[in-house]
Write a protein that binds this ligand. Structure first.
Ligand code: SAH
Ligand code: SF4
Length: 347
């Protein structure tokens, strides 16, 4: 098995060049090729000396995935189903806005947490992705966006959200390496990177200690523990109190306002009493709530909330001075919620 270049830093690539008896700047040249020029194979690195190229090609490959399927939505959104390695399928999403282009990446093949409304969770966990496999998704989504004319030829992905398949903080090292490389090699601002966690508390404390300027989003989905345990069975060890305390700590350490995500499920977690409790839980915390209307998953009994119910939910939070945004139902037509396209492929 060859080693993978994507996921290595400038310094690591310089060391590899040194190992081959080349000057350090050759390592930087490799970084330019794989991260900034979309080079997909060592054999295509024609500006490297032939000797170094063939040395490199013996042990290393770039590490790009295969595109299995691309689905375009009508609202400047697309989803790609990628195969990072034989037999593995993951999903990534591209979203064009007026002022930015955002890419949603997966961090694991499948997910072990098994949230009851999520398509990824339904398929179980297969493996962690490597940092290079996370970076590959951003490069691929950028290339597809140019091909689909959602980005100009010199355009680039400006924002990355870790909200695809898998739990980023349970694949901590690869997630952190990917975040740092997105920043240093792809020039994506730390503040334009969001990591979403289902609430793996030790991971939140560890991330807080890195003192990065990225945005942390914590998925809550309930305002009392019994319901949360039902919706998120794989994280029952941690109470809502633990999660909110971890969010407070993250803000204290980084100065970054935490986002709490709440996926609205009709008749399950969208009631008056639920939102009143949520408002009480979050009162006085420097946070922001992102309401996500459910994207229904086939074979599961959950339904999205009625528009008036979602509006009322929002109103109660705002009345308690909690800033709220509501995720647009972008990409519903392309099975854009996490894990849905892969699930279809399996059927
Ligand atoms: N594992 C992490 C990150 C990936 S999921 C987490 O759970 O936070 C990213 C977001 O997508 C989560 O907030 C999750 O609740 C939401 N999500 C999952 N399935 C969904 C669905 N069917 N419809 C709408 N949102 C969904
Ligand atoms: Fe995993 Fe997040 Fe889906 Fe839950 S919502 S199963 S944590 S990917």
């Amino acid at each position: 098995m060859k080693k993978i270049l994507l996921g290595l830093s400038d310094d690591e690539l310089k060391l590899i060049a040194a190992e081959a008896g080349e000057k350090g700047y050759r390592g930087k040249q490799v970084a330019d090729l794989v991260y900034r020029h979309g080079c997909k194979e060592v054999a295509a690195m024609s500006n490297l000396p032939a000797k170094f190229r063939s040395w490199l090609g013996q042990d290393y490959e770039v590490g790009r995935s295969q595109i299995v399927k691309t689905r375009r939505g009508k609202d400047m959104t697309f989803k790609v189903l990628l195969s990072p390695a034989f037999g593995d399928l993951i999903e990534s999403v591209g979203m064009a806005y007026e002022d930015r282009f955002s890419c949603c990446v997966s961090t694991q093949v499948g997910c072990a947490i098994g949230c009851s409304f999520c398509a990824t969770g339904a398929g179980g966990f297969k493996r962690n992705l490597a940092a290079g496999e996370i970076i590959d998704q951003v490069l691929t989504v950028g290339e597809v966006a140019v091909r689909e004319k959602m980005l100009p030829p010199d355009g680039r992905v400006s924002h990355v959200v870790f909200m695809g398949m898998g739990e980023p903080l349970m694949n901590y090292d690869a997630t952190l390496t990917a975040v740092k490389l997105l920043n240093s090699e792809l020039n994506i601002g730390m503040r334009n990177i969001t990591v979403s966690t289902i609430g793996y508390v030790p991971g939140i404390y560890r991330l807080a200690a890195e003192h990065l300027q990225l945005t942390l989003a914590i998925s809550l989905h309930a305002s009392e523990d019994a319901l949360r345990r039902r919706l998120v069975p794989g994280m029952s060890r941690y109470s809502l109190k633990d999660l909110i305390e971890a969010g407070r700590h993250y803000f204290k350490e980084t100065g970054r306002r935490v986002t709490f995500e709440y996926c609205l499920l009709m008749g399950v977690n969208d009631s008056q009493s639920e939102v009143a409790r949520l408002a009480a839980l979050l009162k006085g915390i420097n946070c922001h709530v992102n309401l996500i209307p459910l994207n229904p998953v086939e074979g599961k009994n959950y339904k999205p909330p009625r528009a008036d119910q979602a509006a009322e939910f929002r109103r109660v939070l705002e009345a308690a001075d909690i800033p709220v945004t509501q995720r647009e139902q972008r990409g519903a037509g392309i099975e854009a919620a996490c894990g849905q396209l892969r699930r279809m492929q399996r059927q």
